[in-house]
Design a protein around this ligand. Structure first.
Ligand code: COM
Length: 504
């Protein structure tokens, strides 16, 4: 049976890219149809952004209870029975459904975008079949997302091996978890599981968080060391062992074989685009399984677009949504282009978050020579100060981070756990070239900071903004403190005690 309408575009997949793209397309006056089997919003509310937000909030609670327990007026809190599986269960029962309803309501009712619910089959570039009905479209937009990349090693299919997709499905709390892969997913998961009394070890083949600023990396890994999260870099995982379920991970490290006993494994070595449904159309596929697109999200076949993760990195929701928007504009006859400059990045590391945009200090030094750092904390870092004790110079160690923990950090986070903020400035132009933070709540500002970087925002312009003090990222007030200087000096960097954060 052929539907009576011809749509301007069939959006194959209603994830972040397809949902936003179709909504934008409709707003532009087009006739979009989304084809979606499961939920609008894709994996976001099932196992990605929304779920991670919820789960890391739970992990933050647990970590803060541990930190504050018995201090000042806080009662002693017994955390021996806390459960990551229960947190996941709550989200499964309430959060997933609530988000799914919201997406559906917003898309279909509020925005009036049509959705054909069911498993779609692409017949040709103008025809998609759903539940035996044929839908016709002038254009086809593929937005089928990505999946976790799995290493081809023995034991990978054993029960107990998970990816981010299975995380909300946890039914039991593991005691020991090995995380394979120390990218932003793996490092985030490590910080999320550890507060639930799970012993976590991260095994990374190369370097953890290689693209992040050194100070941010140092902060995270120092904090991991203190919390007992072990990290191995340069380690090659060979197999996962177990009789009927995961019992250990075997790896080569410094020429030796090592075995890591565990009852759960989280695989986080990367993402693979789900380009398979589009292959019969003849679209070009890249080495990473991604559909190759131009900067207008067009594939090599006229009338076929690809948006979101299926078109390859950067794997970031804002990029997915924007690819949808750009495809919609181009279908509507514009000539719009993606702009991949100054894309921020973010990791939940409960109880804090790491966020960055622009150049790292090393990249900025290479490009601009000497750069100015506007940073707190700065100066020498005391070795393991105790909570609730005054240290001379402590004011310099304890400034940043508001949000969830607000000023409590200053008193309770003796071990310098209260985050850091760092702006990097080219002193000649007085323009910012990078912003970095470990904080709580600063990610909101980074959405706008990325735009300010793009337009060449200067220290002097920043000094003219209106801060609401206290705030999570401090860039306005810190910049104002130095903006009067004819020759910018900034605040010097943090002096780290030489420490080795990694297992050897
Ligand atoms: C968020 C998914 S839950 S989407 O980008 O709003 O569709």
């Amino acid at each position: 049976m052929v539907g009576e309408k011809e749509y301007d575009a069939i959006w194959f997949g209603g994830g972040a890219a397809g949902r936003f793209g179709a909504a934008f397309h409709k707003a532009l006056g087009g006739r979009p149809l989304i084809v979606e089997e499961h939920h609008l919003g894709g994996e976001c509310h099932v196992c990605r952004c929304a779920f991670e937000n919820f789960f890391s909030d739970q992990a933050s609670m647990a970590e803060l209870m541990r930190l504050y327990s018995g201090k000042s007026w806080y009662p002693k809190i017994d955390l021996s029975n806390i459960s990551a599986a229960k947190a996941a269960e709550l989200y499964r029962k309430v959060g997933q459904r609530a988000f799914a309803d919201t997406m559906k309501h917003q898309t279909e009712k509020q925005l009036g975008v049509e959705v054909a619910w069911g498993k779609g089959k692409i017949i040709d570039k103008n025809t998609v079949e759903v539940n035996g009905k044929l839908y016709k479209g002038k254009n086809l937009v593929i937005g089928t997302g990505s999946r976790a990349t799995m290493p081809n090693i023995p034991g990978i299919n054993l029960p107990g091996v998970m990816t981010y997709i299975d995380h909300p499905e946890m039914r039991k709390d593991p005691k020991k978890m090995v995380i394979i892969g120390g990218g932003k997913i793996g490092i985030g998961k490590a910080a999320m599981f550890a507060p639930f009394n799970i012993e976590v070890t991260v095994l990374e083949k190369y370097t953890c968080l290689p693209k992040w600023d050194r100070d941010i990396r140092n902060f995270i890994f120092r904090d991991f060391k203190r919390r007992g999260i072990k990290i191995y870099e340069g380690i090659d995982v060979k197999e996962i062992n177990g009789k009927g379920k995961v019992e250990s991970v075997v790896a080569q490290f410094n020429g030796e074989t090592m075995e890591f006993p565990c009852d759960a494994v989280m695989v986080s070595i990367g993402l693979t685009p789900n380009s398979e449904p589009a292959i019969p159309l003849g679209v070009k596929i890249g080495k990473g399984n991604e559909i190759i697109i131009d900067d207008g999200c067009r594939t090599n076949i006229p009338g076929i677009y690809a948006v979101g993760d299926v078109a390859g990195p950067p794997y970031f929701m804002a990029i997915a949504r924007k690819r949808g928007m750009i495809a919609a504009k181009n279908i509507a006859g514009e000539d719009a282009k993606m702009d991949y400059s100054f894309v921020p990045d973010h990791i939940y590391i409960p109880p804090l978050e790491a966020t960055c945009v622009g150049l790292t200090e090393a990249e900025a030094r290479e490009k601009y020579g000497d750069v100015v750092l506007i940073q707190v904390p700065w100066g020498p870092k005391p070795k393991d100060p105790k909570p609730e004790e005054y240290y001379p110079g402590f004011e310099n160690q304890g400034l940043p981070v508001c949000g969830r923990m607000h000023t409590l950090n200053l008193l309770f986070f003796g071990q310098n756990r209260n985050g850091l903020v760092k702006a990097i400035v080219d002193p000649k132009s007085r323009q910012y070239v990078g912003f970095h933070s470990v904080a709580d709540g600063a990610k909101t500002a980074f959405q706008y900071l990325s735009y300010l970087l793009k337009i060449g925002w200067t220290v002097d312009q920043m000094a003219n903004l209106h801060e609401i003090f206290l705030n999570a990222e401090h860039f306005i007030q810190l910049s104002r403190l130095v903006a009067g200087q004819k020759e910018l000096k900034g605040f010097a960097a943090q002096v780290y005690l030489e420490e080795d954060y990694f297992c050897r």
